[in-house]
Design a binder for this molecule. Structure first.
Ligand SMILES: NC(=O)c1ccc[n+]([C@@H]2O[C@H](COP(=O)([O-])OP(=O)(O)OC[C@H]3O[C@@H](n4cnc5c(N)ncnc54)[C@H](OP(=O)(O)O)[C@@H]3O)[C@@H](O)[C@H]2O)c1
Length: 258
């Protein structure tokens, strides 16, 4: 993997954990990671698998390894049969030194609670899965989730108030938040004003059709300005890291030429 922005003449491969390090000192940082085709499709036959690739999976793995918690919409959990995050030996030392659990917890956002509680995501994660739902979620499903081993957190009534959900996670010491989509969840997160960063992988392929883009749902009336922080490449993929304009926090500069 090579760095294009900021430009560098170093021929060595970049250290992904260094490039994607969370800002030092930030108590809470919300990053999203999505992959799209060159024409903006976020799904292929209802999944992201056909758009992703080997290098993208590596970035995905590193972003998970750095996070305290992975925020994901129930639609994605259902479509992709989400599994618990794996404990990767190579990151254990760094996670322990940073005071993190062996792996990121997965936090599923759902209003309907229409999930299969027998999935390994709920019954056998290394770190208990969190279910973020509304205060008026169906009680029988709340009980079923808790019985399966999930920690149920209510944030908002009628639907999950994402700004509140982010605060609830940070209060539990889960401040390094990685949103893995899908597009409807990310659209709401961006609208909530809590998104600090977007890591967007662009795959070297066209998809056509009418699949979703990486954000769906509310119109961001004035647009959300982004600042390009770094751009990497491998196998024709582009891996951009954008900071949301006006975001507070000291993000270290990637290595520059010279
Ligand atoms: N390209 C990529 O990087 C990428 C990443 C992830 C997913 N995907 C793809 O995107 C598709 C799924 O995306 P999607 O947009 O349809 O679904 P999604 O965003 O993953 O999930 C939507 C669901 O999340 C829950 N939800 C979202 N906001 C909520 C709120 N404020 N309060 C309560 N619940 C809330 C609701 O669940 P309930 O219905 O349970 O109430 C809603 O139906 C799949 O095809 C997946 O493969 C692509």
């Amino acid at each position: 993997m090579y760095q294009l922005v900021p430009p560098t003449n170093r021929s060595r491969q970049v250290d992904l954990a260094e490039v994607y390090a969370y800002p030092t000192g930030a108590r809470r940082w919300v990053r999203a990671n999505m992959v799209a085709s060159a024409d903006g499709a976020a799904t292929a036959s209802g999944k992201s698998e056909g758009i992703s690739g080997e290098a993208d999976k590596r970035v995905f793995g590193v972003l998970r390894a750095l996070a305290d918690v992975v925020l994901v919409g129930a639609g994605t959990v259902r479509a992709e049969q989400y599994r618990p995050a794996r404990v990767r030996q190579q990151y254990q030392e760094a996670r322990a030194a940073a005071g993190q659990a062996p792996t990121a917890a997965i936090a599923v956002v759902t209003r309907a609670m229409d999930l299969d509680w027998t999935m390994p995501l709920f019954t056998s994660p290394a770190v208990p899965t969190i279910v973020l739902t509304a205060t008026d979620a169906p009680q029988d499903q709340v009980d079923a989730a808790a019985e399966a081993g999930a920690e149920v957190i209510a944030a908002g009534t009628g639907e999950v108030d994402l700004a509140l959900a982010v605060d609830r996670l940070a209060e539990r010491g889960l401040g390094r938040i990685l949103c893995e989509g899908g597009p409807h969840l990310l659209g709401q997160l961006a609208a909530s004003g809590k998104l600090d960063e977007l890591c967007l992988s662009i795959a070297p392929q066209l998809r056509g059709g009418d699949s979703m883009r990486v954000l769906a749902g509310p119109d961001l009336t004035d647009g959300l300005p982004l600042i390009l922080h770094s751009l990497l490449t491998e196998d024709g993929f582009l891996f951009s890291r954008y900071l949301v304009g006006g975001t507070q926090g000291s993000v270290s500069e990637p290595a520059k030429e010279g």
